[in-house]
Design a protein around this ligand. Structure first.
Ligand SMILES: Nc1nc2c(c(=O)[nH]1)N[C@H]1C(S)=C(S)[C@@H](COP(=O)(O)OP(=O)(O)OC[C@H]3O[C@@H](n4cnc5c(=O)[nH]c(N)nc54)[C@H](O)[C@@H]3O)O[C@H]1N2
Ligand SMILES: Nc1nc2c(c(=O)[nH]1)N[C@H]1C(S)=C(S)[C@@H](COP(=O)(O)OP(=O)(O)OC[C@H]3O[C@@H](n4cnc5c(=O)[nH]c(N)nc54)[C@H](O)[C@@H]3O)O[C@H]1N2
Ligand code: SF4
Ligand SMILES: [Mo]
Length: 724
């Protein structure tokens, strides 16, 4: 038996922990943390270890599958047959409807494959369709929209300088479980602990006393009220003259608008909205202003409310006003060896509002339109109606509001094609499922995340094993689609031109070019000893590229005239007015507020089939405070009906005082009925049936789904044992 070990890195979440794979006879049999990784240094979470279960899963899709006409299942077909038929049907759609008849939904795991992302972007750019959707409108697009408004470039995104900060204020993030997002900090627990060990503080603003909140300081807040809290922090800072006036004058324009807005939200006035005592807000504001390096950081809990872009904007505004933007220990701009913000801007990919959605007139964010609109885009006749849809590395039926409407809409498509390695709740409706390689089966670099490392870093991994069965990497499959349409799938015009002469640079050539011409690049030998793909490859455990992220680079980043941060864009003034006009809503017959949460042994919807993660009778449960349970006549373990204006689900309750009274939490990514048998046995429910896909319910500036703070009612149905 041939046994070998190979160094690689995990590509499930943004920490990108170093791993060592054991390969026996061409099969990955074990994954363990890499002790020699300079940053993760022997750490990996249970999901990383359990990837071996996914890799060898008997339920994995290993050859192309075509749905039977009668809908009773799938038949195995050859790649040639599948690609031939898909090509014909794509051409028919394009001939009849133009490129706007074709759309793409790109799921979260795609972000962990640079080739997948670049080839989808290139394909859609070459095709010329406006229909580009992704997990982004359920995740982070508000952050990019805020950056477009603040800095004139959606790809300019600050991260907290964890290694140097003395006060980290986190809104809606639970890094002890999520391991950090829009923040690449392997061993994040140690990094946060380090702040406290240096005499600093970590403050967690969250409706739930999370794992992170418990380990540090917790400020409970009502869901969807972060904008009020941030405005009150600004209120105190301005009112007490605590702002860093010189830095603000140097870095920003329009501060008067912010000052006037903040003046209307003293902490005593917002207390009823946020539930945060005014005296605590005042103290926090003073601490932020006084700290030697403070950073405010927000993640999904701050992104999925009704004012998501405003919240992201205000987070950076607090960083600016306290003098902490682009300064050591504050909110900084990373030090990526590939400057995606600059490249994106030059290629015309760093867009905000260059396209508008057919419904609700939402602006695109980096080309993305709101995924919640997909059912309407598919079913409503007219120009730009979607007739053919690709879904790669996504499960929007579970991850996007109103999956039932999406499932119903699929029936009206001429063609639905999925690139995945499971039959999930979405692609079970596909005409074709094309088997994708896993991250253990492809070479990679964390390209999209290089700017988010709190210690500048790069790593390359070779494929550990070749694609299993007939699996293929996405970029190759996308080239087949492009061939069928006579397109060169590149966002770079020069490459599209040479493509016609048969010159088709693959991912590696492109990556090498990006590295060698980047800020650390060797410019093909002009700067000896600097970065090239070959050099990165010579360091399989990865390469630390500097001690700290860059500071003092704001003027290079900002694209507004005068190179200053804009604190008064009209879009934000509109949101501030909308916020002021918002009535204090008691919810009527839906008095509770539903939020999301993540668990250590789940990863969105796709790791519930891994036996290692499903041990110990795991179930899907609604978390509820004892006082709410008592008021609603609910006991621990009882099954309840949760009803919102959009739908209802039945799920068991876990009574816990970690919830803030009035707020209930239910994880997403459950509600299984795909081809994953173990997951189906622990099915749970689809929480997003409670979310709305009505354009009026999406956040206006980025089209964010409203997933945190949904008004609901909870009614007891009986005990779990009785209904089982
Ligand atoms: N184990 C695990 N890790 C993951 C994932 C996973 O599914 N499982 N998913 C990955 C992905 S795709 C992402 S995007 C990241 C997300 O990374 P994080 O955003 O750090 O992860 P969450 O655990 O969702 O944390 C969001 C927090 O926001 C809180 N919250 C909800 N509503 C509000 C609100 O209105 N205001 C405030 N202030 N807080 C609120 C929730 O209680 C929750 O604790 O995690 C990644 N890592
Ligand atoms: N209520 C609520 N809803 C949410 C959230 C929330 O906090 N609350 N969070 C949102 C967030 S942050 C996110 S990111 C989304 C996630 O939403 P999606 O990205 O739509 O879905 P996932 O559950 O990540 O499913 C990913 C699919 O990709 C497949 N896959 C995994 N790796 C690969 C690969 O390398 N190649 C290919 N081709 N396929 C692969 C998996 O088998 C799975 O079927 O959910 C969002 N939905
Ligand atoms: S924290 Fe877990 S899932 Fe994330 S990269 Fe590390 S091992 Fe992978
Ligand atoms: Mo996400």
């Amino acid at each position: 038996m041939a046994v070998r070990e190979q160094v690689t890195f995990c590509r499930i979440c943004e920490a990108h922990c170093g791993m060592v794979a054991t390969v026996e006879d061409g099969r990955v049999v074990k994954l363990r943390p890499d002790p020699e990784h300079p940053l993760s240094a022997g750490y990996a979470c249970p999901k990383g270890i359990a990837m071996v279960d996914v890799q060898n899963d008997p339920d994995r899709v290993l050859h192309p599958m075509r749905r039977r006409a009668d809908g009773t299942g799938f038949d195995r077909v050859s790649w040639d047959e599948a690609l031939g038929d898909i090509g014909r049907r794509l051409r028919a759609v394009r001939d009849a409807r133009g490129p706007a008849g074709i759309g793409w939904y790109l799921g979260n795991p795609a972000a962990f494959s640079y080739s997948h992302t670049l080839w989808v972007t290139g394909f859609l750019k070459a095709l010329g369709t406006p229909h580009y959707y992704s997990a982004g409108t359920q995740d982070v697009n508000n952050r990019f929209a805020a950056s477009a408004l603040l800095y004139g470039n959606p790809l300019v995104v600050p991260i907290p300088d964890l290694n140097r900060t003395s006060l980290l204020l986190m809104l809606g993030a639970n890094p002890l479980v999520s391991h950090g997002s829009v923040l690449t900090a392997p061993r994040v627990r140690d990094q946060l602990r380090g702040i406290v060990d240096r005499g600093g503080r970590v403050v967690v603003v969250d409706p739930r006393r999370t794992e992170t909140a418990r380990a540090f300081e917790h400020v409970p807040i009502r869901p969807d009220a972060d904008a009020f809290l941030l405005l009150s922090l600004l209120h105190v800072i301005f009112d007490e003259g605590l702002e860093d006036g010189r830095t603000v004058a140097r870095q920003a324009t329009g501060v008067e608008v912010l000052r006037a807005a903040a003046a209307q939200h003293p902490p005593e006035a917002t207390e009823a909205r946020t539930g945060v005592p005014a005296k605590d807000v005042r103290r926090l504001a003073r601490d932020l202003a006084a700290a030697d390096g403070a950073a405010v950081y927000g993640r999904t809990g701050s992104c999925l409310g009704r004012f998501a872009t405003l919240v992201a904007f205000l987070i950076d505004a607090v960083n600016v006003v306290t003098g902490n933007l682009d300064a050591p220990g504050g909110a900084v701009f990373g030090r990526p060896p590939v400057a995606l913000d600059d490249i994106g801007a030059r290629l015309g990919l760093a867009t905000y509002g260059s396209v508008r959605s057919r419904f609700g007139n939402f602006p695109d964010v980096l080309g993305n339109l709101p995924a919640a609109l997909l059912p309407r885009e598919i079913t409503t006749p007219g120009e730009r109606q979607i007739r053919a849809l690709f879904v790669s590395a996504g499960n929007p039926v579970l991850s996007v509001p109103d999956g039932e409407a999406l499932e119903a809409a699929f029936a009206e498509l001429d063609l639905l094609v999925s690139l995945d390695f499971y039959v999930n709740e979405t692609n079970r409706h596909a005409d074709y499922i094309l088997p994708a390689a896993t991250w253990l089966e492809r070479a990679d670099v964390p390209l999209a995340f290089l700017g988010f490392y709190t210690t500048p870093f790069i790593q390359h991994s070779e494929a550990v094993v070749p694609p299993a069965g007939e699996s293929r990497e996405e970029w190759e499959v996308i080239e087949s689609f492009a061939d069928a349409l006579g397109l060169a799938p590149s966002a770079i015009p020069a490459l599209r031109r040479v493509w016609r002469f048969g010159i088709k640079p693959g991912p590696e050539r492109l990556l090498d070019l990006l590295l060698r011409t980047g800020p650390e690049g060797d410019f093909f030998g002009l700067r000896r000893g600097r970065l090239s793909l070959a050099k990165v490859r010579r360091h399989p455990h990865g390469l630390v590229l500097g001690e700290h992220p860059a500071t003092g680079v704001l003027r290079e980043k900002v694209r507004h005239r005068g190179k200053r941060v804009r604190l008064d864009p009209p879009e934000i003034r509109g949101e501030l007015a909308r916020l002021r006009a918002r009535p204090l809503d008691e919810g009527g017959d839906k008095p509770l507020r539903l939020i999301g949460m993540r668990e250590l042994r789940s990863h969105n919807s796709w790791m519930h089939n891994a036996p290692l993660l499903m041990r110990g009778r795991r179930t899907h449960a609604l978390r509820m405070h004892p006082s709410d349970a008592a008021a609603n006549g609910v006991e621990d373990g009882a099954v309840v009906r949760v009803t919102s204006k959009s739908g209802s689900v039945e799920v068991a309750v876990k009574v816990t005082d970690e919830m803030m009274p009035g707020t209930v939490a239910l994880p997403h990514g459950w509600g299984h009925r795909g081809g994953w048998q173990l997951a189906n046995r622990h099915a749970g429910v689809n929480v997003n049936l409670l979310a709305s896909s009505d354009p009026d319910d999406l956040e206006p500036l980025a089209g964010m789904a409203f997933l945190n703070g949904i008004p609901v009612r909870v009614e007891p149905l009986g005990s779990a044992s009785a209904s089982a």
